[in-house]
Design a protein around this ligand. Structure first.
Ligand SMILES: [Zn+2]
Ligand SMILES: [Zn+2]
Ligand SMILES: [Zn+2]
Ligand SMILES: [Zn+2]
Ligand SMILES: [Zn+2]
Length: 299
């Protein structure tokens, strides 16, 4: 047998190792890629295209999104949660959950999901009030006012048992659209997903429909905290203290009900909500929950 100018008997020819790409016997130098268990002949090493991710030469590249990859990298590349395209470099994640990645294309193309902030995607649900929900949030979104009652009950007992917050007033709870909430606040400062609305002794809490259970825990505890403020504080609270305290109550409720990661997202950013919350957490760190109540009552 003649291989590259050298002559081999049949036995030696069969024992020659072969290039993993072209399959020809290797007689000269070659490159070993032990992590993939392959060896590549000099010719293939020089001429074959290379994977843009791992740099290995391959017989043929697989086009994934705008990248050309080897089979192994193509199979292992993380996928965009929304469109499924492989993500190599740039991606975004939301609510601190980096196991769900989104490609930059989807982030640019689709309106943000009103619940989780991720791109709502091609199968987004558009709600009557104009909000978009991604399919994942839509699956667990709550639309029936009756579903508020059990969550409200557990939140109220948590506030009573763990933070010593009791309310004298009966509160009416209902689910509403964004249009309704916007009309009620009429341009003034208002919370994102809910509203405590008071007319004298008539206490109301409006909550957006289409929220997830963790959003409901957040909004209910936040708005109930505002109701508690109406009964227990002067009404002269600075907005940052007003909202910071309500967020602190919600933060504690979220942690208590197992939404640790969601709670942590409330501390991030540079809004009066996060600044106020971090202020309350500092007070709590120094003097316990009692110090937070003392501060809020003293204002
Ligand atoms: Zn080869
Ligand atoms: Zn590769
Ligand atoms: Zn995508
Ligand atoms: Zn979502
Ligand atoms: Zn608020």
């Amino acid at each position: 047998m003649d291989v590259g100018g050298a002559k081999y008997c049949r036995d030696c020819y069969l024992r020659l190792s072969r290039c993993s790409i072209c399959g020809r016997p290797i007689t000269g130098s070659y490159t070993n890629y032990p992590e993939r268990g392959i060896r590549v002949c000099l010719d293939c090493e020089k001429t074959k295209p290379r994977c843009e991710n791992c740099g290995l030469p391959v017989k043929a590249l697989i086009k994934v999104g705008d990248a050309n990859l080897c089979e192994s990298c193509a199979a292992r590349a993380p996928r965009c949660t929304s469109c499924g395209t492989a993500i190599l470099r740039d991606y975004t994640y939301f609510e601190g959950n980096d196991s769900m990645k989104y490609c930059t294309g989807c982030v640019a193309r689709y309106p943000a999901c009103a619940d989780c902030g991720a791109p709502s995607g091609i199968r987004a649900a558009k709600l009557d009030d104009g909000r978009y929900l991604c399919p994942i949030c839509m699956e667990s979104a709550l639309f029936e006012s009756s579903l508020v009652t059990p969550v409200k009950k557990t939140v109220l007992s948590f506030l009573n048992d763990n933070l010593g917050m009791t309310l004298v007033h009966q509160i009416n709870y209902s689910m509403q659209g964004k249009d309704f909430l916007d009309a009620k606040t009429s341009g003034a400062h208002g919370d994102l997903n809910g509203l405590f609305y008071r007319k004298g002794d008539d206490y109301n809490i409006y909550i957006l429909y289409g929220l997830r259970r963790q959003d409901l825990v957040w909004v209910l505890s936040h708005e109930i905290a505002h109701a508690w403020q109406a009964e227990n504080t002067s009404g002269n609270l600075e907005l940052e203290d007003l909202e910071g305290f309500a967020q602190w109550v919600a933060y504690n409720a979220l942690k208590y009900f197992g939404y640790e990661r969601f709670a942590a997202t409330l501390t991030a950013g540079n809004t009066m909500y996060s600044k106020g919350l971090n202020k309350m957490l500092d007070l709590e760190k120094a003097g316990g929950a009692g110090a937070v109540f003392e501060y809020i009552r003293s204002k």
